[in-house]
Design a protein around this ligand. Structure first.
Ligand code: BES
Ligand code: MN
Ligand code: ZN
Length: 497
C-alpha cells in the first residue's frame, strides 16, 4: 500500500476515490471538478449526488493531462468527519472498488483531525475491505486480487508527509491483523479445534517475533486449572492454553499488559445445551482469543515499547459422557470453588483460570476480551461492546483507546450489590446470576479472579459477528478488539491506569 502527496493530477491510478461531505460544493476541490469537465458540480447541483453516507458517484476524467481516468466520490453525510467515519468510508470504497475489479485505486485522505491519524484509518479501512470469507466455496471463482492502493495526502508539508507514510504502514498492519482474526473466527468448529487454533495462533504470533508456549491438558492440570479442565471434559478434543510473551529489548520491567481472550472453538452449551436455531454461530466463540493472538502479532510488527503477556484458554464446550453437570462443583486455579449452575456459562469459567494465570505471569494491567453473554446483546445490540472493570481510570483509558481504534464500547456498572446474585449455597460462587443484569453478573464473576490488578473486561458477544451487511462491514466476522488491544501497548500507564 503506497502513500503519496498531491497534486491529484499526478496520482497514478485507474480510479481516484474522494470522500465528499454533505454541505460541500464543487468548489471544495475545484481542480477535481474541472478535471471532470464540471460533471461533479453538475451532479451536486442537480442533487444526483447528495453525499449521503456511502453514496457513490462515478465520473470520467476528461482532462488528459491527469494520469487517472475516473473518479468516484463517496458520500460522508453530515456529522463528524473524524477517523472513525473515514475508516468506514475507506472500507466501503474498498469493497466497491474490489467488486468492480479496479486494478489500481487511490483514496484521497479528507476529513477533520490529524492527517496521519486519518491516513492510518484509511489504510486500516482499505485493508479491512480485502477480507474474504468464502474460502470453502468450490463453484464460485475466488475473488480477484484486491486493487493496488495508493493513499493520497493532499497539502502535506515534508514532516507531515513522512508521518503519513508511517501511519499508512501501521494501518496496513492493523488491518491485516484484524483480517487474520476474522479468518480464524470464520473457521468452522470442525477445522478450528483447540489444537488447530493453538497451531495457527502460534504460527502468526511467532512469525512476528512473539514467544509462544502451548500448554497441553497435562500441563493445564499441573497448574490446577479445574475450571478450564471442567469445561473441556465434555469434548473429545483436548484443551490448550496459549501463552504469548512480547518482551521488546529495553522495555521497562513494568507495566506488563496482560491480555486474556476467550477461546471456545465451539459452544454447544454443554449439558445445558443450546437450542438448534443459530447454534452454528457458536463457531465464533473464540473471537476474543483470536483478537488477543492477532493483537500480539500486530504489536510485535509495530514494535510496541511495552512488555505484554497474552493468555488464551482454548476448548470446545460439548455435552459428552464425561461432561460436567449442572450442580457440579469445580475448583479454580486460584483455589476458589464454583458451583456450575449452567454449563452454557462456560466462558467465565475458562477466563477465570486465564486471568489468574496472567497475574501469575506478572501482568500489572489486565484486559480480557470475550463473546461472553447474550445479555450484552440485549443491552447494547450489535453495534457496541460492553466495557466493565476497575479502577475507573483504567476503564476510561481502555475506553478512550477503543474509541480511537474504531471499536465502539460503552460502560456498564459493577456495583458490589450485584455480587449477591452469584453467591452459592455450597461453594464460593455460582457461574450464573439469573436473568437480571446477565452481562454484569458475568463480569462480577470474572472480577473475583483479578485480585487488585487493574482490569477491564470487554464483552464482544454482539460485535464479533455482523448478522447484516453494512456498507462498511459485510456479514460475518468483524475483527473487533484487535486494533484496540494492539494500540494499548503504545499507551503510558501507571498503577492506577
Ligand atoms: N458464547 C455464549 C454467549 C453468546 C451468546 C455469544 C449469543 C454470542 C451470541 C456464552 O457462552 C453463553 O452461552 N452465555 C450464556 C450465559 C447464561 C447461561 C448465563 C447466555 O448468554 O445465554
Ligand atoms: Mn455458552
Ligand atoms: Zn460461549
Amino acid at each position: 500500500m503506497a502513500c503519496t502527496g498531491g497534486p491529484l493530477s499526478a496520482v497514478d491510478a485507474d480510479l481516484l476515490i474522494v470522500p465528499w461531505f454533505k454541505d460541500e460544493a464543487a468548489s471544495a476541490l475545484p481542480a477535481l471538478d474541472a478535471a471532470t469537465g464540471g460533471e461533479l458540480g453538475r451532479a451536486l447541483a442537480s442533487k444526483e449526488f447528495q453525499a449521503k453516507p456511502y453514496e457513490l458517484f462515478l465520473a470520467a476524467i476528461t482532462d488528459t493531462s491527469w494520469r487517472a481516468r475516473r473518479i468516484a466520490v463517496i458520500g460522508g453525510g453530515v456529522g463528524e468527519r473524524g477517523s472513525d467515519l473515514v475508516r468506514r468510508l475507506a472500507t466501503a470504497a474498498g469493497l466497491a472498488a474490489g467488486q468492480r475489479h479496479v486494478p489500481r485505486a487511490a483514496f484521497i485522505v479528507r476529513g477533520q483531525g490529524d492527517a496521519a491519524d486519518l491516513a492510518q484509518a484509511v489504510a486500516e479501512g482499505l485493508t479491512l475491505a480485502e477480507f474474504y470469507g468464502g474460502g470453502y466455496k468450490t463453484d464460485d471463482p475466488p475473488p480477484a486480487a484486491p486493487p493496488a492502493w495508493t493513499v493520497v495526502v493532499l497539502d502535506a508539508v515534508d514532516g507531515a508527509m513522512a508521518a503519513a507514510v508511517g501511519a499508512v504502514a501501521r494501518g496496513r498492519i492493523l488491518g491485516e491483523c484484524s483480517n487474520l482474526a476474522r479468518e480464524m473466527a470464520n473457521e468452522p468448529g470442525n477445522t478450528l479445534t483447540p489444537r488447530e487454533f493453538a497451531k495457527r495462533a502460534t504460527a502468526l504470533a511467532s512469525d512476528a517475533g512473539v514467544a509462544v508456549e502451548i500448554l497441553d491438558e497435562t500441563q493445564i492440570e499441573k497448574l490446577g486449572m479445574g475450571l478450564l479442565l471442567g469445561v473441556a471434559r465434555g469434548s473429545a478434543e483436548p484443551p490448550r492454553l496459549m501463552v504469548f510473551r512480547y518482551d521488546p529489548p529495553g522495555a521497562p520491567p513494568t507495566p506488563v499488559l496482560g491480555l486474556v481472550g476467550k477461546g471456545i472453538t465451539f459452544d454447544t452449551g454443554g449439558i445445558s445445551i443450546k437450542p438448534a436455531d443459530k447454534m452454528e454461530q457458536m463457531k465464533d466463540d473464540m473471537s476474543g482469543g483470536a483478537a488477543v493472538a492477532c493483537a500480539m502479532r500486530a504489536m510485535a510488527l509495530l514494535k510496541a515499547p511495552m512488555r505484554v503477556i497474552g493468555v488464551v484458554p482454548a476448548t470446545e464446550n460439548m455435552p459428552g459422557g464425561k461432561a460436567i453437570r449442572p450442580g457440579d462443583v469445580l475448583t479454580s486455579a486460584s483455589g476458589k470453588t464454583v458451583e456450575v449452575i449452567n454449563t452454557d456459562a462456560e466462558g467465565r469459567l475458562i477466563l477465570a483460570d486465564g486471568l489468574w494465570y496472567a497475574r501469575q505471569l506478572g501482568a500489572t494491567h489486565l484486559v480480557d476480551v470475550a463473546t461472553l453473554t447474550g445479555a450484552v446483546v440485549v443491552a447494547l445490540g450489535k453495534i457496541t461492546s460492553g466495557i466493565f472493570g476497575a479502577p475507573n481510570a483504567w476503564v476510561e483509558r481502555v475506553r478512550h483507546v477503543a474509541d480511537r481504534a474504531g471499536d465502539r464500547v460503552w460502560p456498564l456498572p459493577l456495583f458490589d450489590e450485584y455480587k449477591d446474585q452469584i453467591k452459592s449455597d455450597i461453594a464460593d460462587l455460582m457461574n450464573t446470576g439469573g436473568r437480571a443484569a446477565g452481562a454484569i453478573t458475568a463480569a462480577m464473576f470474572l472480577k473475583e479472579f483479578v485480585g487488585d490488578v487493574p482490569w477491564v473486561h470487554l464483552d464482544i458477544a454482539g460485535t464479533a459477528w455482523a448478522d447484516e451487511a453494512k456498507p462498511y462491514l459485510p456479514k460475518g466476522p468483524s475483527g473487533v478488539a484487535v486494533r484496540t488491544l494492539a494500540a494499548l501497548a503504545f499507551e503510558r500507564f501507571d498503577d492506577k491506569g
